[in-house]
Design a protein around this ligand. Structure first.
Ligand SMILES: [Zn+2]
Ligand SMILES: [Zn+2]
Length: 257
């Protein structure tokens, strides 16, 4: 049996509230682990110092809600390295083009035991046999990368923050995914004019048109009931769930050698 474990660590934005944090998902696969975004508050759900061993962190874009806790992870890596508990640098993957000096601030951190890699559309790396690729979605307020994790058995998409202006490309990127972890910042009732975020209903259209198997909604408004997002998406796509902090989702495949 091969499995990928997906643990939501942060599901709301723009600020943490109660037991909910800003965006972050932990992906565990064949003893490797990767963090998709590093929002405010997610570190309280991680097991230190073990989490730091061979840790890879992806920051999809330079909005604070997606990297608010990177300083805590960096400082923990520095401290545990000094204690001789951490011997390998953590790897941090960041958008190549800086925005508002955020990249500069992260990479200039002297009290961090980490190394940095620049994300652009042509960049990829592997977690075991799982290929990680990126695509600028061209529809958020700043450059923001969607993430694809794929091998012969699985295809998982993490949309990060996306809008509606590049929808056909988005459908193509998500085509036949086993799972789309999709932002749904708004509900229809908000009557948002935003073209740089999705509603839960938009997310359901994406899942349906891309023939996805499952949709996991995230990036909720802290003041709303998550079930409203679920109901709105269900109108159009049945196999949908809402991301809840620490509620694991496990994708499995029988291993045929
Ligand atoms: Zn954003
Ligand atoms: Zn966001």
């Amino acid at each position: 049996m091969v499995e990928i474990i997906i643990t939501p660590l942060g599901t709301i934005s723009p600020y943490p509230k109660n037991n909910m944090n800003c965006p972050g998902f932990l992906i565990e696969y064949k003893n490797e682990k990767i963090l998709l975004d590093c929002g405010n508050g997610i570190t309280r759900l991680l097991s230190f110092p073990n989490i730091l061993q061979n840790l890879k962190v992806i920051i999809t874009h330079y909005h604070k809600d997606h990297f608010g806790d990177i300083g805590a992870i960096q400082y923990a890596s520095y401290v545990y390295h000094n204690l001789e508990i951490l011997n390998n640098k953590i790897k941090i993957y960041l958008p190549k083009d800086d925005y508002a000096f955020n990249k500069q601030e992260i990479t200039a951190n002297k009290e961090s035991y980490s190394e940095y890699f620049a994300i652009d559309n042509n960049y990829s790396f592997y977690i075991n046999d799982l290929k990680v690729t990126f695509e600028d979605n061209n529809s958020h307020t700043i450059k923001s990368y969607m993430v694809k994790l794929q091998n012969k058995d699985f295809k998982i998409i993490y949309t990060s923050d996306i809008g509606t202006t590049n929808f056909e490309k988005l459908i193509e990127f998500c085509n036949n995914a086993d799972l789309i972890i999709c932002e749904s910042s708004f509900l229809k009732k908000h009557h948002s004019k935003s073209k740089t975020h999705l509603t839960a209903y938009d997310a359901s259209i994406l899942a349906k048109k891309s023939n996805a198997k499952k949709l996991l909604l995230t990036h909720f408004w802290p003041e709303e009931d998550k079930n409203e997002y679920l109901e709105e998406a269900k109108e159009n796509f049945k196999n949908v769930d809402i991301a809840i902090e620490n509620k694991k989702l496990i994708l499995k495949r029988d291993y045929h050698g």
